[in-house]
Design a protein around this ligand. Sequence first.
Ligand SMILES: [Zn+2]
Length: 194
Amino acid sequence: MPKPMNFCPNCGAPVEFRVPDGDDRKRNICTATGEIFYDNPRNVVGCIVEHDQRILMCRRAIEPRLGFWTLPAGFLELGETMADGGARETREEAGAEVVDSQLFSMLDVTHIGQVHIFFRAGLAGQTYSAGPESEEVCFMREDEIEWEQLAFPTIHRTLERYFADRAAGRFDLHLETLGAADWNAMHLAGTPKY
Ligand SMILES: [Zn+2]
């Protein structure tokens, strides 16, 4: 369900929240021009950067989930491919360049209107460093991951699938749905350790 708007961002007229003719759900509609403002899910893109049997993890320096660990990821920008978005987020948050991005997981998070997409990628060069949104960036072995210290359920699920596939010697593409119950159960647990 989209959030009702008060005023039209284009002309300032009041906005109505109703079902347009021929539609089946409520939309924000400008009362002056009849323009309909559609609200659709947003895409989050990120990378599992692999190097020497380790993966690149970032500790968040910003809310939400400040102090928790995540894969480098963020909102896809207009005009950007998913792979380029994952590479950009990795550059911004972890100071690392990636090569050979391979689609690995796509997770529907319907109750918050998001799709999270992760690529496996190699590290180009040797450098990485914490960007402004990260307190700390490092490569971790599987046994160094603190599962209760992960920032988001989609990170948790993606890493579970990743390590299971790696142990099996074969990487598949994972299409998953995290419902509200899954999300809430995994999301609010834990306090960050320093
Ligand atoms: Zn308007």
